[in-house]
Design a binder for this molecule. Structure first.
Ligand SMILES: NC(=O)C1=CN([C@@H]2O[C@H](COP(=O)(O)OP(=O)(O)OC[C@H]3O[C@@H](n4cnc5c(N)ncnc54)[C@H](O)[C@@H]3O)[C@@H](O)[C@H]2O)C=CC1
Ligand SMILES: O=C(O)C(=O)Cc1ccc(O)cc1
Length: 308
């Protein structure tokens, strides 16, 4: 594939940042990759893995010659990263992010960024429950959606360049307004994680009652929840705090529907249960048909052998 950017700066080099680094290198999309992260230990690990060409703990230093800056940090840290890099960005650079929430990231970052750069927030809908630079792998974004939430009036050429970048990583790209993104992601991603954290927590509280049978028999539906509930605590704390309104709205809807289900069970209303379970099965089948059911964690474990 041909080079798309002279210099790319990656701020944050965990699961997502390091997967992007591996893909950029693998596909030859940039002349130079600059890796920056706050902690020296993570930076040293990124260097050992050979994820970039230059390494620095200073995000200001990292961005100064970059044509594309990708911020891949927990959403609660977006504002401080924007404040650190703002005065050092190259005019004409594209600044993007990969955060799981969008309205809050825009509110945190935009006020700091100069008009001389193109700020185009993004969110690849691809990941695993693992984190850190070792967890990334080539091909994470292949066949996955990436949602861009460009502010009104965003330069079309810059948007097209970023779109081409994600397409080169194998993604399908969509555009949305940030509030809509946050509502959609609240139901398809944030709520499932919160439900998983909750059910695993409840089971853990019951351990004295169940005498460790939860662990022993966990090759059942519970096991699927434990995968999601093993996701990074910092990342998911930030998602909850930064998509509060949409998550609370979806949780309220969820609780109402759960009460309906509870009532159907209490009153032995088999028809209601059967109808719901039939409807949901159709949804699963359409997801499988659309090819969106790959177990990313298994794929990740397999692909981690490839490294860079
Ligand atoms: N994990 C997943 O499955 C997905 C995560 N995302 C989003 O991607 C972003 C990054 O997530 P992951 O790569 O999974 O996290 P991670 O925990 O694997 O990596 C986070 C990186 O950010 C660095 N970092 C933390 N605070 C920082 C700061 N203030 N300044 C500079 N670097 C800092 C850490 O050292 C680490 O390198 C998050 O916003 C998350 O919401 C998006 C799609 C999927
Ligand atoms: O591991 C999983 O099943 C995920 O759902 C990965 C994921 C986590 C957060 C995102 O914002 C997007 C994708």
């Amino acid at each position: 594939m041909t080079q798309q950017f002279e210099t790319v700066a990656l701020i944050g080099i965990g699961l997502i940042g390091s997967s992007i680094a591996r893909d950029i290198r693998h596909k030859g999309l940039a002349g130079k990759i600059i890796v920056s992260t706050r902690s020296q230990a993570t930076l040293t690990r990124a260097q050992e893995l050979g994820l970039g060409d230059l390494y620095t703990t200073s995000s200001a230093e990292a961005v100064k010659d970059a044509d594309l800056v990708i911020v891949s940090v927990p959403v609660g840290a977006s504002g401080s990263v924007a404040a650190e890099i703002a005065a050092h960005l190259k005019p004409g650079a594209i600044v993007t992010d990969v955060g799981s929430t969008k309205a809050s990231v825009i509110a945190q970052m935009k006020p700091h960024l100069p008009d001389s750069v193109h700020f185009i927030p993004g969110h690849p809908i691809a990941g695993t429950e693992y984190s850190g630079p070792d967890a990334g792998f080539i091909g994470l974004f292949q066949g996955r959606w990436c949602i861009l939430t460009p502010p009104p009036g965003t330069d079309e050429a810059a948007k097209a360049k970023l779109r081409m970048f994600w397409e080169a990583l194998g993604s399908m790209v969509d555009e949305m307004d940030p509030e809509h993104h946050d509502k959609v992601l609240a139901i398809v991603s944030h709520l499932p994680h919160i439900i998983a954290y909750n059910i695993v927590g409840t089971a853990d509280d019951l351990e004295t009652v169940t005498e460790s049978e939860v662990i022993k028999y966990s090759a059942s539906g519970f096991r699927d929840f434990t995968r999601l509930a093993a996701s990074d605590p910092t990342m998911w704390r930030d998602v909850c705090l930064h998509n509060k309104e949409a998550i609370l709205e979806m949780l309220a809807r969820f609780s109402e529907d759960l009460a309906y289900l509870q009532r159907a069970i209490r009153w032995g209303d088999g028809e209601k249960l059967f109808d719901l379970f039939t409807r949901t099965r159709t949804i699963r089948r359409s997801i499988v048909q659309a090819g969106q059911d790959t177990d990313m964690a298994d794929f990740g474990r397999h692909a981690m052998d490839q490294k860079t």
